[in-house]
Design a binder for this molecule. Structure first.
Ligand SMILES: [Zn+2]
Length: 64
């Protein structure tokens, strides 16, 4: 990332929780906030939101 891009404060909508965040992860043009990123990393098959996150991630991979 270039220095002038870092100075820009852009709120991007997270595709998982639909909340707007400044920082996060950009996967193939889709934005995931830090909160969701952490959740995905710690995700367990037994977790309630597991299927939802997997479905959303599949949508990202298939969208290109
Ligand atoms: Zn999120």
């Amino acid at each position: 990332m270039q220095a002038n891009e870092e100075e820009k404060v852009t709120m991007v909508k997270c595709i998982l929780c639909k909340k707007k965040a400044i920082q996060g992860l950009n996967i193939l043009g889709s934005f995931i906030c830090h909160e969701c990123e952490r959740r995905i990393v710690a995700l367990n098959v037994a977790d309630e939101g597991y299927d939802y996150y997997i479905e959303q991630l599949k949508l990202i991979w298939h969208r290109s």
